[in-house]
Design a protein around this ligand. Structure first.
Ligand code: FNR
Length: 348
């Protein structure tokens, strides 16, 4: 089977993964309107390409908080990679390192943070945290990640409770007995999600700050009000995200929310986006509207399901090539030439 674009990996994963795993990866909340809107919204945005510009030498590198990556697509935190491939997050870490990009490892990894680090020493990684009722658990994870060389702490702030994903409810989704949330083992009864702390507020950013020297990136922002609060609370980065449409159904597509967040932030912190990135031209649209980098969630899982590390490298490689080509066809030789002038956007 020739793998030409990300939908080919999606079709493969749908065909070969056990139904319960496919459904878990694919799920959105309720009737999935936000999940689907994340993708549809890109189709409403059109380019204003420029011509006769020298695009013979392309430079698609960028920097995330000072660290160079070879193109502006990283791997969003997603849980349970062993559902896609036996080596789980170890393969993810290796693929990210091989492609020289950033991998945000989820708290809900099926490998330990040590295993992830050892699989790809020196790779550029951030650690994603949920906050738990038992604060000592969060503290231990943050300090462990910092000691292991993770270079950023991503606080996911849109999950005080887990959204209602109908297929997971129907399937009675739970991890198979041989897979474990290894970073939380012994911490509490991990079969329920009730250990998440829904009382977390902005003040807890100060608590996190007191635990670590790492830059703090807050994930799950969709409004200018919360973007302003994030900047005021001293975070270093914002991920515009709706959790892939898995939390509040009915919210905006992330590419639509990006515009007001970028306007509110005014360059004071870096702004990233995830949700619905399926083509190189989607990446270009997100950068044109002010994202410094985007992250992929489900497509990374499809790549793993296809061929582990190699499959994920293929997915990233296709996005990289498509992004480079879109940039060239839009008349940009360098990411610094990408700007709002490149897109027609009804709400601008
Ligand atoms: C997620 N996401 C997520 N986010 C997070 O902060 N921690 C996590 O453990 C998970 N787990 C997770 C599992 C699965 C199966 C999915 C699909 C998503 C959300 C993820 O980081 C990201 O926001 C979305 O996946 C982005 O949308 P796309 O790229 O999947 O469309």
């Amino acid at each position: 089977m020739a793998m030409v674009c990300l939908s080919d990996f999606e079709a493969y994963a749908k065909k070969y993964l056990p139904k319960i795993a496919w459904d878990f990866f694919a799920a959105g909340a309720d009737d999935c309107s936000t999940r689907d809107e994340n993708i549809l919204a890109y189709k409403r945005i059109r380019f204003r390409p420029r011509i006769l510009r020298d695009v013979s030498m392309m430079d698609i590198r960028t920097k995330l908080l000072g660290t160079e990556i070879s193109f502006p697509v990283g791997i969003a935190p997603t849980g349970f990679h062993q559902l896609a491939w036996p080596d789980g997050e170890k393969s993810t870490a290796r693929a990210a390192k091989a492609m020289n990009t950033c991998y945000i490892a989820s708290t809900y990894s099926t490998c330990t943070l040590e295993e992830i680090s050892a699989a790809a020493p020196g790779g550029f990684r951030w650690f994603q945290l949920y906050t738990y009722r038992n604060r000592a658990v969060s503290q231990r994870l943050v300090q462990q990640a910092e000691a292991l060389g993770f270079q950023g702490l991503v606080l996911t702030a849109d999950l005080p409770y887990t959204g209602k994903r109908r297929d997971d409810v129907r399937n009675g989704f739970r991890l198979p007995p041989h897979m474990k949330l290894k970073n939380l083992e012994g911490a509490f009864e991990v079969c329920t999600m009730s250990f998440l702390d829904p009382s977390v507020t902005w003040n807890d950013i100060y608590w996190l700050r007191s635990l670590t020297h790492l830059p703090i990136i807050i994930k799950g922002i969709l409004t200018k009000e919360d973007a302003e609060l994030a900047v005021r609370h001293g975070v270093q980065g914002i991920v515009v995200s709706n959790h892939g449409g898995r939390q509040l159904d009915g919210g905006p597509a992330t590419i639509d929310a990006l515009v007001e967040v970028v306007e509110a932030v005014q360059g004071r912190v870096e702004v990233y986006l995830d949700g619905g990135i399926r083509k190189g031209s989607d990446v270009l649209k997100a950068l044109a509207l002010g994202a410094k980098c985007v992250f992929i969630g489900r497509p990374a899982l499809w790549g793993l399901a296809y061929k582990g590390e190699e499959g994920l490298r293929d997915v990233l490689g296709i996005l990289q090539d498509e992004f480079r080509l879109s940039m060239a066809l839009a008349g940009c030789a360098n990411v610094s030439e990408i700007g709002r002038h490149l897109v027609q956007f009804p709400r601008l």
